[in-house]
Design a protein around this ligand. Structure first.
Ligand code: GDP
Ligand code: MG
Length: 714
């Protein structure tokens, strides 16, 4: 029987024990030669083991696989060109963090990899405890502990190598470089794919990465292949590098290297059993506090709290100015335009509706500004890391928390972001709970209601809603895991990138992108729905017979005023009272009013009248519409020109319990129609209907309980 032949390449940092292990494996059967074209010594040998002829190559020691030194190029080219069956990365385990840097590059290259944690005799005495089996899962590579000079663990290493080669479904993991770099990587890979200058087996993402790192070898290779292709690729790469340097304020190569260290730091932080972290860098020192088991979560909560104070308190000023501006605009139009339907459409429908949403732009800008700073500084990655621990406790993985964090901005990208979870069950659970991470579109509803009912503690109230959202997401995830989606979640590295001072440009860009989306939505979908809502509130119009009674009342008031029985003040007050009554009657007579009254029985146990019912239903289109609908509604009801603000109207009509309950309801039911369309695309009809159904049910039950218990106390 012919022996199966396999080739193992031994790689690793200088002095990690490669040659020692090489000698242990091959004994006397070794040869020394040179790598082609260079003076770097090549040591190779073989051994017969368990029916295999195993060829072993001792690669030159390198810290990295960039093309900076001859040794690095030799090691890399050997792996790329000679295609060893497996790479064993010999790691000096007394210096894991630094040694794993090379390992991340093998992972990136996508070669079958085994990690030998050598020098494990030293680590044992240092008592640094790492959960090796978890780390091995996180890196998707077997880890074997060895002591080179004592010949310990060498058989295990060979066994692991054979097993890993025979294993047909090896997992592949990816190191993520952040949204901006990922986008550029995709663009460059697409061109490489298109031009077919590299063999199919070479990972295109890796080549793109090398190009962003300005790897001379790879660039030369493309140039040799075809000048034309080179020029095209160079153009794209240069553009990418300029763009990235511009927004990240640093060379992409540096950011990429930082991300690799972030990946390692995350993997180690997750697997370290004792928090004996050597605090060498500033990042490590900050991390020992921010990701601390005890204070990490309270710090996150405190930062969130500060954020909402800031968003509400600072945002209140410009909000009032814009509010006043729209009020004046409405008055102006009412004065210059003849009274009638068109005037009502513009003043009540469009200004009342769209204006009601636009006035929250300053708050939205501030919220997105805070989120952008937290994201760009590297803190959000820590939040995911802290939450990872919480999620582990309830049988989930913190990877789910990354798309959830995106949900603070908008739920739609967070549904799409859930794709990073390979396991379908994990992905579906995450998508089903993403909705509770309160999105930017819900913020206007909270600011309106918190401002109306809790003017002095509005920031705290809004904060509490966000916290309830997070808690609800965790509870529901646990519930779904225990029922519909039973099973284990797959392990994954939570990257901990180094902290950076966010760049002015980057933060501004992120804030602007999201604010612009908000404004665009106000100008399109919310405008359209406002007009539809205005029509539904205006038609059918109440008949002459009904309004006759009011006209008679007004006539008699006029007479009393003319004969000086009442003062002008009393007269005006009574008139606006009658107008309001008339408006209210028209509203309840309108199509929307009928829908509201028809559905009222469902909402009544929650403390909501037909108006809040209509607002909730219209919010299905987009959550901001809840506000615009209320704006239109009260604008129609308040027929007089010196109208009160929407906030004052709401405050006079409902109590704080109903106000808070309405915020809860808005938080909990599914985000919007566009969101559901994306949900269906990502997960199918069945899951979409499940999402709609269970969030509606949950929103109803929670609001029911809160209202029924709350009203016992007021
Ligand atoms: P290379 O540069 O990666 O080829 O490293 P070498 O194989 O030359 O080893 C460097 C030094 O580390 C030598 O002095 C070895 O004896 C020593 N060494 C190798 N493995 C171990 C180990 O597991 N524990 C300890 N304490 N020393 C080791
Ligand atoms: Mg050596």
């Amino acid at each position: 029987m012919n022996k199966k032949e396999i080739t193992i390449a031994l790689a690793g940092n200088p002095n990690s024990g490669k040659t020692t292990i090489f000698n242990n494996i091959t004994g006397a059967r070794q040869h020394v030669g040179n790598y082609p074209g260079v003076t770097v010594e090549k040591k190779y040998g073989y051994i017969s083991y368990r029916g295999y002829k195993i060829n072993v190559v001792d690669l030159p020691g390198t810290y990295s696989l960039t093309a900076y030194s001859e040794d690095e190029v030799v090691a890399r080219n050997y792996i790329i060109n000679e295609n060893p069956d497996i790479v064993i990365d010999i790691i000096d385990s007394s210096n894991i963090e630094r040694n794993l840097y090379l390992a991340t590059q093998f992972i990136e290259l996508g070669v079958p990899l085994i990690l030998a944690f050598n020098m494990s005799d030293i680590t044992k005495s240092k008592r640094e405890k790492i959960d090796i089996s978890l780390l091995s899962k996180l890196l998707a590579s077997p880890i074997v502990e060895t002591v080179g000079h004592k010949n310990k663990g060498i058989k295990d290493l060979l066994d692991a190598a054979i097993r890993h080669i025979e294993n047909k479904d090896r997992q592949e993991i990816k190191i993520k470089y952040g949204e901006e770099i990922e986008i550029e990587l995709e663009k460059i890979s697409a061109i490489i794919q298109d031009k077919q200058i590299f063999p199919e087996k070479l990972n295109h993402r890796w080549i793109a990465l090398k190009l962003l790192e300005q790897d001379k070898e790879i660039i030369d290779k493309i140039r040799e292949e075809s000048r034309e292709v080179y020029q095209e690729i160079e153009l794209e790469v240069d553009r990418s590098i300029k763009h990235l340097s511009n927004i990240l304020r640093d060379n992409p190569a540096t950011i990429i290297a930082d991300s690799r260290y972030g990946f390692i730091r995350g993997a180690l932080a997750e697997t370290r059993k004792e928090t004996e972290i050597e605090k060498v860098s500033v990042t490590d020192r900050i991390d020992s506090i921010l990701t601390n088991r005890i204070v990490g979560l309270p710090i996150f909560a405190a930062l969130m709290w500060l954020m909402f104070q800031f968003v509400f308190k600072i945002g209140a000023y410009p909000m009032d100015w814009i509010d006043m501006g729209f009020g004046k605009l409405g008055e102006l139009i009412s004065n210059v335009m003849p009274e009638g339907l068109l005037q009502s459409l513009i003043v009540d429908g469009i200004i009342g509706g769209v204006g009601g949403v636009i006035i929250f732009t300053p708050n939205i800008i501030l919220l997105f500004l805070c989120i952008a700073i937290l994201e760009d500084s590297g803190y959000m990655a820590r939040v995911a890391f802290i939450m990872d621990r919480v999620m582990h406790k309830i049988g989930l993985h913190g990877k789910s928390f990354i798309p959830m964090l995106i949900g603070f901005g908008c739920t739609i990208p967070s549904y799409m972001g859930s794709r990073i979870l390979e396991n379908r069950k994990d992905r579906l659970i995450t998508m089903h709970v993403n909705t509770f991470m309160s999105c930017g579109a819900r913020l206007p509803v909270y600011i309106l209601l918190a401002g109306a009912f809790f003017p002095n503690i509005a920031g705290n109230i809004i904060f509490s809603i966000y916290v309830i959202g997070i808690v609800m997401a965790i509870l529901m995830a646990k519930l779904l895991r225990a029922t519909r989606f039973k099973g284990e979640s797959a392990p994954f590295v939570m990257e901990l990138p180094p902290y950076r001072v966010p760049t002015f440009k980057g933060v501004l860009l992120h804030t602007w992108e999201r604010t612009w989306l908000y404004l665009k939505k106000a100008g399109t979908i919310i405008l359209a729905i406002s007009i539809i809502m205005w029509i539904l509130f205006t038609f059918p119009m109440i008949g002459k017979n009904y309004s006759n009674d009011y006209d008679l009342e007004i006539d008699s008031l006029e007479q009393s005023f003319e004969s000086n029985e009442i003062t002008q003040e009393e007269y005006e007050e009574s008139i606006s009272e009658i107008e309001a009554k008339k408006g209210a009657e028209q509203l309840s007579y309108s199509a929307a009013g009928r829908i509201g009254r028809f559905t009222e029985p469902v909402f009544k146990p929650l403390g909501f009248d037909w108006k809040l019912a209509v607002a909730s239903i219209s919010g299905i289109a987009a959550k901001e519409v809840v506000v615009s609908t209320m704006g239109t509604l009260y604008s129609i009801q308040e027929a007089d020109e010196e109208s009160e603000t929407l906030r004052e109207n709401i405050a006079s009509e409902y109590n704080p319990l109903i106000g808070y309950n309405f915020m809860l309801f808005t938080l909990l039911y599914f985000p919007c129609m566009a969101g559901m369309a994306v949900f269906r695309r990502e997960a199918g009809w069945k899951e979409m209907f499940f999402q709609i159904g269970y969030t509606l049910l949950l929103a109803w039950v929670v609001s029911f309980v809160v209202f029924q218990i709350g009203r016992l106390f007021i």
